[in-house]
Design a binder for this molecule. Structure first.
Ligand code: AHG
Ligand code: MN
Ligand code: MN
Length: 334
């Protein structure tokens, strides 16, 4: 029987392999794991305690209801703020970044960006949700507060990224740039345990994931590509939680699309909190992540915290096909 390897053990072991490691990165990942467990507990009991529902209303026991995405945001911020390893946090739920004061004067070298609860439209109906995170090394001087420049870094500057899927089981999937590994939460021991080593996504697949309800609002080349997927009898799966939809194609192969629409001419998904971290993981797993204008997502310039982008990411050969459709039918930005 294989010995169980916990997330903490795995992180410490892989960090030790790097020269001059201080252990701070291990502590940071461990703290992300702790926050994920707290959120997981709340996701699982949401139906019981009536945490679901509209923020500001009152639950059956008379407590104020706090929406799960607000709860998740608070828990991640709280845990990361006390980790001592983070000088700032950028969250999809906060207008601007959060400065974390140095712990006992010890400067912290990382900033974390996150979508604390992805797939919020699924919360009230018991469908999978997730958390997305990215970790950057700070750019600003270590002896001062974090600055906007620490957050406005391209995907190529990420030192780690990952997601947590609160689904039929709870999984944490992350990469530090040396492959992707997945850890499943074993509720009996309360630990994330290594369950998916060195994940490589299929080079092709037959799933496509897109909100087809917006079909008429997509550019011609995207409509043509979607027609092609339908012609080939690819299976359409769209959960409406990027984490869940990407998780499926990570393991079964496929393509995830969130094209620009008339309502969102630049795309809807957030570059910093959603697109970069997921693109990082997809590339690390052997896939391709482009915008619908065929730029590499990881190379996109970022000038605003809440900047959005279109995305077309997934199995290498499927993204290649999509690219051909854009080249044939689209007005590509050179
Ligand atoms: P969030 O819940 O963090 O706002 O993200 C939702 C995102 C993404 O997860 C999903 O793929 C997409 O929005 C769904 O959007 P549509 O409902 O427009 O398809
Ligand atoms: Mn999201
Ligand atoms: Mn969110």
């Amino acid at each position: 029987m294989n010995r169980i390897v916990s997330l903490d053990e795995f992180v410490i072991r892989t960090e030790k392999e790097k020269p001059h490691s201080s252990g701070s990165f291990s502590r940071l990942l461990r703290d992300i794991g702790i926050a994920a467990k707290i959120v997981n507990r709340e996701v699982n009991k949401a139906g019981l305690v009536n945490i679901l529902g509209v923020e500001g209303s009152t639950n059956s026991t008379g407590d104020d209801v706090q929406k799960l995405d607000v709860f998740a945001n608070e828990k991640f911020i709280e845990t990361l703020s006390y980790s001592g390893e983070v000088c700032g946090i950028g969250s999809e739920e906060n207008q601007t970044f959060i400065e974390v004061p140095a712990d006992k004067g010890k400067p912290a070298q990382y900033v974390v960006v996150m979508d604390p609860l992805d797939g919020s439209s699924n919360i009230d109906v018991n469908v999978s949700v997730g958390t997305i995170f990215g970790i950057y090394r700070r750019k600003s001087p270590a002896d001062g507060p974090c600055q906007l420049e620490d957050f406005l870094q391209k995907g190529t500057e990420l030192v780690a990224a990952g997601y947590v899927l609160y689904g039929t089981s709870t999984l944490m999937v992350y990469s530090t740039g040396n492959g992707v590994n997945g850890f499943t939460l074993d509720p009996s021991i309360g630990e994330f345990c290594l369950s998916h080593k060195n994940i490589q996504m299929p080079v092709a697949g037959n799933y496509y994931s897109v909100n087809q309800g917006y079909y008429l609002k997509f550019d011609l080349e995207m409509r043509r590509y979607i027609d092609h997927c339908s012609d080939l009898n690819y299976r359409l799966r769209y959960i409406g939680s990027m984490v869940s939809d990407i998780h499926r194609i990570m393991f079964q192969g496929g393509i995830f699309l969130y094209p620009n629409t008339r309502k969102y001419p630049k795309g809807k998904l957030r570059l910093l909190y959603e697109c970069y971290p997921m693109a990082y993981l997809i590339e690390q797993a052997g896939g391709t992540a482009l915008t619908c204008k065929l730029e590499r997502v990881m190379d996109m310039e970022i000038t605003e915290l809440h900047q959005t982008s279109s995305v077309a990411m997934g199995s290498r050969d499927m993204v290649k096909d999509m690219k051909e459709f854009v080249e044939k039918y689209g007005a590509v930005i050179q």
